[in-house]
Design a protein around this ligand. Structure first.
Ligand SMILES: NC(=O)c1ccc[n+]([C@@H]2O[C@H](COP(=O)([O-])OP(=O)(O)OC[C@H]3O[C@@H](n4cnc5c(N)ncnc54)[C@H](OP(=O)(O)O)[C@@H]3O)[C@@H](O)[C@H]2O)c1
Length: 310
């Protein structure tokens, strides 16, 4: 089969479509013929090797963790799926989705696709929506809370904003001018143009007493200490990246996405019913997937998800 391949750690410009061995499902695995795949920042980081100490990969490496497609074959012991089923898949980093076929474990990251949810939108869901769920669980938002979301217009942020707003909190969100109307439509009450002003100083002016919760999807390491200064005493700082164990007297919560049973089907049903909005920033055919990864790495399309179609 054909797949997008990195031969070694290095810049995404090295990616090429190549022939790789046809995968075959082992016990508990499902072979999915990919119809659409979504890109995530982690795909770039795994190719470049930025995360190699935490998440080493073997080469040749096929990037991509999210996909929709059709079940082509099932391995021993798989009873929930059969050939021909339309599915949404979170494949993890072991078997890349930017390929004609991908192997997926028949666990919480593999679910049937609701008919009303188009393949491209469905492919955008797994990693971003399940991360948003983990972020919101860690944030433990209460109605009336004031919440700042930094990185609100990206894949994870857009899901966080809409689900937070539904919980009755007041959402302050970063958004460039072109994305202000979009993020307000998702439920943000106030926006900060992070491209023109200092996000932290502006948020501090807006909430001099501090925010109940700050969800930072952008700043990592020492930069999180500055973000922590926005949180009111007793409030919470949530990050999807990494940073110090303690920041300005606060213990940040570092979220690592885990697929839990029930998350993905619930989110897919919400999206299919029109109760959750999915933004597709750009769509590329598979033969342009290397370009798509370069554009992701260069932040060319930053509102919603980049989709590869097959
Ligand atoms: N721990 C985990 O399990 C986990 C899971 C998923 C994602 N992540 C990480 O979480 C981060 C967000 O993921 P994602 O999928 O949402 O990324 P994404 O889709 O690339 O979105 C990033 C968003 O942040 C905005 N942005 C960039 N710089 C900003 C700044 N200085 N201030 C405010 N907004 C800014 C971008 O918009 P503009 O270009 O308009 O600025 C873009 O909309 C990534 O670093 C990713 O690797 C971690």
């Amino acid at each position: 089969m054909k797949a997008l391949v990195a031969s070694a750690y290095g810049p995404v410009q090295q990616l090429r479509i190549r022939d790789v061995p046809d995968p075959s499902p082992g016990p508990g695995q499902v072979l999915v013929r990919v119809e659409a795949a979504a890109l995530n920042p982690i795909d770039v980081k795994l190719v470049t090797g930025e995360l190699r100490t935490m998440y080493p990969v073997t080469h040749p490496f096929v990037p991509g963790v999210d996909a929709t497609g059709v079940v082509a074959a099932v391995g021993e012991g798989v009873t929930r799926f059969a050939a021909g089923d339309e599915v949404i898949a979170y494949a993890g980093a072991a078997s890349g989705t930017i390929a004609e076929y991908v192997l997926v474990g028949a666990g919480p990251g593999l679910v049937h696709r609701p008919r009303a949810l188009p393949t491209a939108q469905a492919a955008a869901l797994p990693m971003a929506a399940m991360t948003a769920h983990c972020v919101l669980a860690a944030a433990a938002l209460q109605p009336g809370d004031d919440v700042l979301v930094i990185g609100a217009t990206g894949g994870v942020g857009a899901f966080v904003v809409q689900q937070a707003a539904e919980l009755g909190v007041r959402v302050l969100a970063t958004a460039a001018p072109a994305d202000t109307a979009y993020i307000r439509a998702l439920g943000a009450h106030e926006t900060i143009d992070h491209t023109a002003v200092d996000t932290l100083a502006t948020a501090r002016r807006s909430q001099p007493g501090g925010l109940d919760v700050v969800i930072d999807l952008i700043n990592a390491g020492p930069a999180l200490v500055a973000t922590a200064g926005l949180v009111r005493p007793g409030g919470r700082l949530i990050s999807t990246l990494y940073g110090p164990e303690e920041a300005g007297g606060l213990v940040p919560v570092y979220v690592r996405m885990e697929a839990s049973i029930g998350d993905l089907p619930r989110q897919a049903e919400q999206a299919a019913a029109g109760r959750m909005s999915i933004e597709v920033a750009a769509t590329y055919p598979f033969d342009k997937s290397a370009q798509a990864m370069c554009d992701l790495a260069e932040s060319r399309h930053t509102r919603g998800k980049i989709i590869i179609t097959f």
